[in-house]
Design a protein around this ligand. Structure first.
Ligand SMILES: C[S@@+](CC[C@H](N)C(=O)[O-])C[C@H]1O[C@@H](n2cnc3c(N)ncnc32)[C@H](O)[C@@H]1O
Length: 298
């Protein structure tokens, strides 16, 4: 169930992205361009690219976004260009496994959660919903062995503490891991919040622990690293990779990837961030960073 707080997702940095691509490609009509939107979400990016005439292959592992896929299908159908959009419900690590996807002009990643996921009352992504089950699996597992509940109730103290420290930057990682083990079995968001709050009064601990568990459940860092490397394989001449990330854990890997990949060179000097106006309209954009590079080896 999705609460009525925020029914859709506002595409982050979309104006900067469109301006950047216009400045790079210097063409009005994108009908020759092939784009891979690795993180479709509510289709904000895909719809903007289709609006300019590009062919878009979109990935998302979350089956619950079908309504947004249908909305985009309606857009291409109204434009009498159904062949301009293909949705693939798969993890973006498999970006290079589809033979129809080659010679791509742009691969774009908009990492993390969508507003629909964050505002969902029964998927465990947000600490606002106390009664929610501890799921947090973006690919909609409904509590299998990849759920937050499984991890919280089965991981060793070291496994939990490592995840909290490495993926959440939480310094009280061992104390919180101990408290979780003492509180077992945990089944709801409220159980997790209580286990954290009895040992850490820091207002950010809950945010850090939720982020860490979500990254662990979805194997986000591993998947990101594989997908970035696979995205290079499908780029054509002068193909571009753009990444919007939201926290220092993923940003560290994105930065390292762009710095060390010999086939890519930076597309712009300073990282791009949202301006005050965008943050006022969309507070969830406040920590976004855009990095990008262009293929020089084809
Ligand atoms: C921030 S949202 C993207 C929003 C989108 N740019 C828009 O404008 O509506 C991130 C999306 O990426 C998806 N996602 C995250 N990790 C993924 C992965 N490894 N493979 C495929 N999709 C993934 C999530 O399910 C979510 O829908």
């Amino acid at each position: 169930m999705i609460s009525n707080l925020n029914l859709t997702h506002k595409p982050v940095l979309i104006k900067s992205i469109m301006r950047l691509l216009d400045d790079t490609w210097k063409i009005e009509d994108w009908s020759e361009k092939v784009v891979v939107d690795a993180t479709f979400g509510a289709g904000g990016y895909s719809n903007a690219f289709i609006g300019r005439g590009a062919k878009v292959f979109a990935f998302d592992q979350d089956k619950s976004i079908q309504k947004f896929v249908q909305d985009t299908r309606k857009i291409v159908s109204d434009r009498k260009s159904v062949d301009k959009f293909e949705f693939i419900c798969d993890n973006f690590v498999n970006i290079d496994k589809y033979k129809q996807i080659e010679n791509v002009d742009l691969v774009i990643f908009d990492l993390g959660m969508s507003s629909m996921q964050l505002d969902s009352e029964d998927r465990g992504f947000s600490f606002r919903f106390d009664d929610s089950p501890l799921d947090m699996d973006m690919s909609d597992s409904k509590l299998d062995d990849k759920s937050a509940e499984y991890i919280l109730n089965n991981y060793t103290k070291k496994q939990l503490a490592d995840a909290f420290f490495n993926y959440g930057g939480e310094k009280a990682s061992y104390k919180i891991a101990d408290s979780i083990i003492e509180s077992r079995p945990l089944t709801t968001v409220a159980d997790l919040k209580t286990a954290v709050q009895v040992v850490s009064k820091h207002p950010k601990s809950i945010t850090r622990i939720f982020q860490a568990i979500r990254i662990e459940v979805n194997d986000e860092i591993n998947n990101l690293w594989i997908a970035l490397n696979n995205s290079v394989k499908i780029l054509g001449k002068n193909g571009i990779v753009l990444v919007v990330d939201f926290h220092s854990v993923e940003d560290k890997y994105v930065k390292f990837f762009f710095k060390n990949n010999k086939e890519l060179k930076p597309l712009f000097k300073k990282i791009m961030v949202p301006d005050d106006e965008e943050i006022r309209h969309n507070p969830r954009a406040r920590s976004a960073k855009l990095r990008g590079a262009i293929m020089v080896n084809k």
